[in-house]
Design a protein around this ligand. Structure first.
Ligand code: UD1
Ligand code: F6R
Length: 373
């Protein structure tokens, strides 16, 4: 049922304040009988000790689910102190990459049925790793075969392009980082700030959804483009990859997510006055580096669209830069910022698709669940 919406993708983008609330329900505790702010993931509580003892955490997934894990990687490294590595399921299988008994392998999959992810799970089980699932589908193959896990509880996702599952996956993995990290005096303030940020997240997403018309106007300007580059770094490297994936899969426009730190190692050669470039530059510890990326792109006459934190437009794009467009989004704790930042890009991909006359919910050649290898 699409309710008042024209497409499932549109409905699923707009219901993210509610899906995120459901994802967190019963899992965040603050005040009341329990003084400290904590996280309770029922499916993991008997396994946390084993996870904390593991030598490495390996995230394994495909497409959007891989991108969600990439967004959560920095906070998991920070709070757990355990090395976190990333594997695209098919690539792990192609390489038969090493997986050890001392590893915790985390399988991220909306459907819980993706063939590559499922084969990688069989492979990790054979190699003796502790296997953890993060899935949206109760009773799915990945939920059943993993030793333990967390359901993201985002509700059924019908649109082929994953939207609300992505944001719920990031939130579950941020909660996973809090649960594995455990309480220490030194990280208490950080933990509390993240938990407060999680409570506030649905409101922030509601606020950023008000950019719908702004993103539609931007889509009108980009309708005839051949290509769109998306630059991000740190927490928002994943936002760049995921934003580009949405644009290419539904709007059928070439788009590439680029790690901003790699700019000078090749992508800079593409910059001219014609190619639109979307730069994510919301405020965090890497902000000044991102400001310098923007300046260098501008110096080469890049056609810039910059996403920044509210109130910071002038520090990313001086008034005299007439061709630069700015999109301001609400700021929140750095590790949760990707949840807010992806929303304007989801809206852009959606509107571009409708304006270009393509099928939003059933993109050409794609299936919701990729059950063959
Ligand atoms: C569970 C109930 C929920 C109830 C809550 C009350 C289910 C599915 N969930 O939620 O309805 O409101 O208790 O305390 O009955 N698992 C995997 N692999 C995965 C995902 C999950 O093995 O990929 C396992 C978990 O380890 C756990 C079980 O499935 O044993 C349920 O997981 P989850 O729904 O996340 O647990 P709770 O949030 O505790
Ligand atoms: C993109 C998309 C795909 C899936 C990928 C993994 O919007 O939907 O990239 O994310 O096929 O699917 P799951 O998460 O079901 O394993």
């Amino acid at each position: 049922n699409k309710g008042n919406f024209e497409h499932y993708m549109q409905k699923e983008i707009h219901e993210q304040p509610e899906s995120l609330t459901t994802t967190m329900r019963g899992r965040l505790l603050r005040g009341g009988s329990c003084k400290a702010k904590t996280v309770l993931l029922g499916g993991l509580k008997d396994h946390l000790k084993t996870i904390r003892r593991s030598r490495r955490i390996v995230f394994i997934g495909c497409g959007t689910s891989y991108n969600a894990a990439l967004a959560a990687r920095p906070i998991l490294e920070e709070l757990s102190g355990i090395p976190v590595t990333m594997e695209i399921a098919s690539d792990l299988l192609d390489r038969q990459g090493p997986i050890y008994r001392e590893d915790t392998a985390v399988f991220v999959s909306q459907s819980g049925e993706t063939a590559d992810t499922l084969s990688a799970l069989d492979y990790a089980l054979e190699n003796g790793a502790l296997c953890v699932g993060i899935t949206n589908t109760v009773g799915s193959a990945i939920a059943r075969k993993t030793h333990c896990g967390v359901h993201i509880n985002a509700g059924a996702e019908i649109g082929v392009a994953s939207t609300k599952a992505y944001t719920s996956q990031i939130v579950v993995m941020a909660m996973l980082a809090l649960a594995i990290g455990g309480d220490t005096i030194s990280n208490q303030a950080r933990r509390e700030a993240i938990i407060d940020g999680l409570f506030d997240l649905p409101n922030k997403v509601r606020e950023v959804l008000k950019l719908d018309q702004v993103m539609k106007d931007l889509a009108k300007q980009l309708i005839a483009e051949q290509s769109l580059l998306v630059f991000g770094r740190r927490y928002n490297y994943a936002t760049a990859l995921e934003g580009a994936l949405k644009v290419k899969e539904v709007a059928l426009m070439h788009s590439e997510g680029i790690l901003a730190g790699e700019m000078k190692h090749g992508p800079l050669a593409l910059v001219d006055e014609n190619l639109p470039i979307f730069v994510i530059a919301t405020h965090d510890a890497c902000f000044s580096k991102q400001q310098s990326v923007i300046q260098q792109l501008h110096a080469r006459k890049g056609r810039l669209i910059v996403m920044c934190s509210k109130g910071e437009a002038a520090s990313v794009c001086p008034e005299e830069w007439e061709s630069c467009r700015v999109i301001e989004v609400p700021q929140l704790e750095d590790c949760l910022q990707p949840v807010v930042n992806i929303v304007p890009l989801q809206l852009l991909a959606y509107h571009l698709t409708v304006l270009r006359g393509f099928n939003v919910d059933q993109p050409r050649n794609l299936a919701k669940s990729v059950t063959t290898q």
